[in-house]
Ligand binder design. Structure first.
Ligand code: URA
Length: 425
């Protein structure tokens, strides 16, 4: 006989009660072991989404998810460590230039990343467009690369927070992804288990993000900052705009190319601005005094990028894959670009094959969208607004409609939106 019955835990949350520490420990452990069934955990996840959790419940739930697996010990790494986590956006390739940049400034960056699902891209999918690059590393390879190069971007090992892996897949198909206690515990359990000393959260706000408004984004950010601090991880969060895609490239290979431009001293202004803002936060959280702008200009971040890619079997000089088909979308009137909607562009890139519908699906590395305009740009009828890229031409029509609806042209310049909207520490 087990100590608890899942149905009692579900009823307690359904009726708006706080769960006890023992109930939380039991239900997370029993679900991981398959004792609590998927349908029971689905009901509990929905009750949590509707009823919420107290800060004490969220902290205990996070601790139970960490305890479901291993905790990495990075004490052998001699430099301070800092990681960054983005809640996911469109064109968000910032991890790619940021990781080597911060490493080149003297902080070790243990970046365990994920794959894209739905309209938001995944860092591992982007990097896999580099010939030979390997996402899977053993814990020993991970630690030795972190010590020697200072920068690692790889997949989280199977042993890290297995409760989250199972629960996240369930939430994805039961309409329960959006619960703040579940998002916060999911992200923070993995980051705390990874062993980083400092963490900077990039909480995205806007149409292309999970959090569509500042109020819910602030609540998510403060919940995660509290969880990190209470576990001894020096955590801060930036709330950043995701109403329009970051940079000009949305896809996989084209986002790698844009990141390399940033490392070479160029690249779109918004990508450079956010990379530097997050780098400053990571350096401050790790207690290292360095100027990331100078380090970027010196070329040292590019050297670290090349070393990081080579260490994982990738060829930093390899030609990146290109799509078989391209089509341009042109302006049908004169005016000013008043908006480029992140969600619409994300869905369109996904339809072109840059993303996946199911976890098992492959992505097309060359597929995606290359924007030719940003909000505030003047255009004339016939000017190219964006380029659609796909390997499979049958994917283009639906993607074209979505992309066309995402770009709006009006008579006046829109009010510029700030990239960094708030900071929560
Ligand atoms: N990313 C995660 O890792 N977990 C969530 O719940 C949402 C985004």
């Amino acid at each position: 006989m087990s100590e608890f019955a899942a149905v009692d835990v579900i009823r307690a949350k359904r009726d708006g009660h706080a769960l006890s520490d023992a109930q939380i420990d039991w239900v997370v452990d029993a679900y991981t072991k398959g004792v609590v069934a998927d349908e029971q955990m689905s009901a509990l996840a929905m009750a949590i989404l509707l009823r919420g959790m107290t800060p004490a419940e969220i902290a205990r739930w996070t601790a139970a998810m960490i305890a479901s697996g291993e905790r990495l010990d990075l004490s052998s790494v001699t430099r301070p460590t800092a990681d960054k986590h983005s809640t996911g956006g469109v064109g968000d390739k910032i991890t790619l230039p940021l990781t080597p940049l911060v490493a080149a400034c003297g902080v070790a960056v243990p970046q365990l990343s994920g794959r894209g699902l739905g309209h938001t891209g995944g860092t591992l999918d982007k990097l896999e467009s580099i010939s030979g690059w390997r996402a899977k590393l053993s814990n020993d390879e991970f630690k030795s690369q972190l010590q020697e190069i200072g920068a690692v971007i790889c997949a989280a090992g199977e042993g890290l927070a297995p409760a989250d892996r199972k629960l996240y897949a369930l939430r994805d198909v039961t309409g329960t992804v959006e619960a703040i206690p579940l998002i916060a515990s999911s992200i923070m359990s993995k980051k705390i288990a990874e062993g980083t000393g400092a963490l900077v959260l990039d909480v995205k706000v806007g149409s292309g993000a999970f959090m569509k408004d500042l109020t819910t984004a602030r609540e998510l950010a403060s919940t995660m900052v509290r969880l990190g601090r209470d576990s001894g991880v020096n955590t801060v969060a930036l709330l950043t705009d995701m109403s329009t895609p970051l940079g000009l490239a949305v896809g996989n290979a084209n986002e790698v190319a844009e990141s390399v431009e940033v490392l070479a001293g160029g690249g779109p202004a918004d990508v450079v601005e956010l990379t530097l803002a997050l780098a400053r936060e990571m350096l401050a959280a790790a207690g290292v005094d360095a100027d990331p702008e100078k380090v970027l200009a010196s070329g040292r971040a590019m050297d670290t990028w090349r070393a990081m890619i080579s260490a994982q079997g990738g060829d930093p000089d390899a030609t990146l894959p290109t799509a078989r088909e391209t089509e341009v979308l042109r302006a049908t009137s004169d005016g000013v670009v008043s908006g480029v909607d992140a969600y619409g562009i994300g869905i369109s890139a996904w339809r072109l094959g840059a993303g996946r519908a199911r976890k098992e699906d492959p992505v097309s590395f060359g597929a995606g969208i290359q924007l030719k305009v940003k909000p505030g740009d003047f255009v004339r009828t016939g000017d190219v607004l964006l380029e659609l890229r796909a390997d499979d031409p049958s994917r283009i029509p639906a993607a074209r409609d979505e992309a066309a609806a995402a770009v709006t042209i009006g008579p006046e310049r829109p009010t510029p939106v700030k990239l960094v909207l708030d900071r929560i520490a």
